[in-house]
Design a protein around this ligand. Structure first.
Ligand SMILES: C[C@@]1(CC(=O)O)C2=NC(=C\c3[nH]c(c(CCC(=O)O)c3CC(=O)O)Cc3[nH]c(c(CC(=O)O)c3CCC(=O)O)/C=C3\N/C(=C\2)[C@@H](CCC(=O)O)[C@]3(C)CC(=O)O)/[C@H]1CCC(=O)O
Ligand SMILES: NC(=O)c1ccc[n+]([C@@H]2O[C@H](COP(=O)([O-])OP(=O)(O)OC[C@H]3O[C@@H](n4cnc5c(N)ncnc54)[C@H](O)[C@@H]3O)[C@@H](O)[C@H]2O)c1
Length: 236
């Protein structure tokens, strides 16, 4: 069985090129724009949404069929073959390979270098789901299931709070081993149930925790904060 390597790429401002202008190309373009990439599309025709994005200047649209050697392909850092013509997709994959550009093939006969997962995002938290190409529909199904759970459980504010607390400890504690023990202890705090149904961290809770962490930046301090949170819950 083939095993893929999952990765989070920083595409901010980087040139990415999508060949094709249909429904699949549009989905790839939307994902790239979310990541802040500089997107160029090559296709004789585009979906109405891609036409809108091009008119707004959000993507650059080259309105002609793909041909090997195009400057927009050569300058891309990531390449996507998403036409409905398997021979064209294969050519795009081949050109990407020969140029050393990572290429995604959207069809079953394409041989690209990477595939895309279905992605659930809530704030800084991203959950990516892949079936290694076995069933993209299942990836989508699992993604929507995860989104429902993340919304119910308050993970978006939770990850914001953890980000802030972790940053605070990084400034206060020099030893990385000690810090890691503290981060692990912090994850034992019963915070998630308090954030259920919230879209933001309640200001009082945030201030209280930041204050306590600044006052007690030690492993035993972090554990005690967790215990006092439990006592608060028990009303003692
Ligand atoms: C996850 C997602 C991400 C994205 O594209 O952004 C994605 N496909 C999505 C949806 C989806 N794709 C298809 C259906 C129809 C139902 C079905 O066929 O199951 C649905 C469902 C729908 O649209 O509702 C059809 C399809 N997809 C591929 C082929 C070719 C083939 O392998 O045969 C065919 C058949 C074409 C045909 O037969 O004509 C190929 C790929 N699709 C992948 C990703 C990669 C493997 C992902 C994995 O490992 O699971 C891979 C290998 C390459 C790639 O594209 O990177 C996105 C969900 C986004 C979301 O909603 O969250
Ligand atoms: N990876 C996936 O998630 C996924 C999902 C469904 C289908 N597919 C596959 O992807 C293909 C595309 O699906 P779609 O729904 O976007 O199809 P579509 O028919 O909506 O769009 C095809 C696009 O390719 C463009 N095109 C055709 N020849 C071209 C060329 N020579 N150069 C540049 N662009 C060209 C067309 O102008 C059109 O914009 C399907 O044929 C299928 O094999 C992949």
């Amino acid at each position: 069985m083939k095993t893929y390597y999952p990765i989070m790429l920083d595409l901010e401002g980087k040139p990415c090129c999508v060949v094709g202008g249909g429904r699949v190309a549009e989905r790839k373009a939307r994902g790239l724009l979310q990541a802040g990439a500089a997107v160029t599309m090559i296709s004789p025709a585009f979906t109405p949404e891609l036409d809108r994005l091009a008119a707004a200047g959000d993507v650059r649209a080259i309105r002609r069929p793909y041909a090997p050697g195009m400057a927009e392909v050569r300058s891309a850092q990531l390449l996507f073959a998403a036409t409905n013509d398997a021979a064209v997709n294969a050519l795009v994959c081949e050109e990407g390979r020969s140029l050393g550009i990572w290429v995604n093939g959207a069809g079953d006969t394409d041989h690209g270098d990477f595939i895309l997962p279905a992605t659930a995002r809530r704030g800084r938290l991203t959950v990516a789901v892949s079936t290694a190409g076995a069933s993209p529909g299942l990836s989508r199904f699992v993604r929507t299931d995860i989104e429902r759970r993340l919304d119910q459980d308050g993970y978006a504010p939770y990850v914001e709070l953890l980000h802030e607390l972790r940053h605070t400890l990084q400034e206060l504690v020099a030893d990385s081993g000690e810090r890691q023990a503290m981060f692990r202890a912090m994850l034992q705090w019963e915070l998630l149930p308090r954030l259920r149904g919230e879209t933001e961290v309640p200001a009082g809770l945030r201030q209280m925790l930041l204050h306590e962490v600044r006052q007690h930046p030690t492993l035993s301090g972090i554990r005690r904060i967790g215990e006092s949170l439990l006592r608060l819950d028990e009303g003692t």
